[in-house]
Design a protein. Structure first.
Length: 481
């Protein structure tokens, strides 16, 4: 059911923060000091109250790609645009004192480790100097995780960043690869899972993917005793939601200590507001990790990735959606895949949205589910629930109401997207993380007339070397990272 009324009053700041060159780029300083000059405080109540208007957004779309950090993806863009945003692609002082120069990446994304251990090692308590200890990063001639892309390698994302908003203080919500990233994009929490990848459980046949029907288990921390145990890699359904005869453990494969937590889908359903997961695969997907989505009526909201092109053209976009990479087409920009193939997909999807009749009331958030364990110089903070945030990730906000060529320096996480969605549609928060999150209010000007111009986003030729590499390396559709 499309939301047609009830515009929510939305406060936006009237003070535009100027872009900063951040701090010293010298290797003598600790890596994290490069970001010291950029403020990350949320707008004051007075600033937010200075301009109050109705929020005209009726469609929130999250384009959720795979495995890249901010500096690796947009660092060179920031430097080439007069340091409009806080990006860095210079020399890095590692924990052992060695000074290493970052270098331009090839189109095929380097295949470095990016599990929880790798990300925690790289961050090194906020020193941002542990990258040489990341698996497959250190090579004889260079460091694969100390790399960056230039704008010509990501032409669609660079064009959108140039025209719209770059939010250069958006962090992943945990040091977790994709399985964890696909929990908190819907629930703003890992629900006490550590984020470690699910593994086989004795006595259970391996199922598809790594969610509720995978018959896998993952480390989970008891909120009472703080002990770690292996629990089904599944957020169980709310008791009474599923048929107890078919699902005696509320969707988990066996008894579980994990509790149900609400998702943004539950909040939208409660108000009869439309939503979709554009998702072609059971692996790089959100739904299978939530029993209520996998086994209940919510599964009807999961449609093919390319369906967004038709929905955009016909003016039938839902109120909220998450657009995941197209399964089997290698559009995810995952380690080992082509960066440009994924960028072409981003360009194709955004072009369809901008050209469709829903564009005038749409906000698109383009981001990545984890860092892929590529270098970033800004140390993460903590979430409101006390858990540590993960590495900073790219965030480009596209909308006819997004401020032109603007950089939003406020501290944010994926919970901020949920906060924006909740305020837009009048939904209750899911947890303390989204309730206390920054809402990207400085990125928008709802008092200004919406821009009617479209971004020129073409389809670009993928390098022949990349095509040969992809042909020789079949896609692993069961990769949970």
């Amino acid at each position: 059911m499309r939301l047609t009324a009830g515009r929510v009053l939305f406060a936006v700041t009237a003070v535009v923060m100027c872009a900063t060159g951040a701090s010293s780029r010298g290797v003598a300083a600790v890596n994290s000091s490069r970001s010291a000059a950029v403020t990350s405080r949320a707008p004051t109540a007075a600033a937010r109250a200075s301009v109050v208007s109705a929020n005209p957004i009726r469609h929130v779309i999250v384009i959720y790609q795979e495995n890249h950090s901010f500096d690796e993806t947009l660092g060179k863009f920031c430097e080439l645009h007069h340091r409009r945003c806080d990006g860095y692609t210079g020399t890095v002082r590692l924990k052992n004192g060695a000074v290493v120069a970052m270098h331009q990446s090839r189109d095929i994304v380097p295949n470095v480790f990016h599990n929880v251990k790798a990300q925690v090692t790289a961050v090194d308590g906020g020193k941002m100097d542990g990258w040489s200890k990341v698996g497959f990063c250190s090579k004889k001639k260079h460091f694969a995780c100390l790399t960056y892309y230039v704008p010509s390698q990501i032409p669609s994302l660079a064009a959108l960043a140039s025209k719209f908003v770059v939010a250069d203080r958006t962090f992943s919500m945990a040091n977790s690869p994709s399985w964890g990233g696909h929990l908190y994009v819907a629930a703003a929490t890992l629900d006490n899972f550590t984020g470690e990848l699910p593994t086989p459980a004795r006595g259970f046949a391996r199922g598809p993917g790594w969610g509720c029907n995978s018959n896998l288990q993952a480390p989970w921390i008891s909120p009472k005793t703080h002990t770690v145990s292996m629990q089904p890699s599944c957020i169980p359904a709310r008791p009474g939601t599923l048929d107890p005869k078919r699902y005696p453990f509320n969707g988990a494969m066996r008894g579980t200590r994990v509790s149900w937590v609400p998702t943004i889908f539950d909040r939208l359903d409660a108000k009869h507001i439309s939503w979709k997961l554009y998702s072609s695969t059971a692996v790089w997907a959100v739904c299978p990790s939530f029993a209520e989505c996998l086994y209940g009526p919510q599964h009807d909201n999961v449609v093919a990735t390319t369906r967004i092109l038709r929905d955009a053209a016909h003016g039938t976009l839902p109120s909220f959606s998450v657009l995941l990479p197209e399964g089997g087409k290698r559009t995810d920009q995952h380690n080992g895949n082509s960066m440009l193939v994924g960028d072409n997909w981003i360009g194709r999807a955004v072009s369809a949205i901008e050209s469709g009749p829903d564009w005038s009331s749409t906000a698109v958030f383009i981001t990545y589910d984890d860092c892929g364990c590529f270098y970033d110089h800004v140390p993460p903070g903590k979430n409101p629930d006390g858990t540590p945030q993960g590495v900073r990730v790219p965030m480009v906000i596209v909308s006819p109401y997004a401020k032109a060529a603007y950089t939003d320096h406020h501290q944010a996480t994926f919970a901020s997207i949920l906060k924006f969605t909740e305020e837009t549609f009048g939904l209750a928060p899911l947890s303390v993380n989204d309730r206390k999150a920054y809402d990207y209010s400085a990125s928008f000007d709802f008092n200004a007339a919406p821009t009617g111009s479209r971004t020129t986003l073409g389809q670009h030729r993928v390098p022949a070397a990349s095509l040969r590499y992809l042909a020789a390396h079949p896609l692993d559709l069961d990769d949970p990272t």
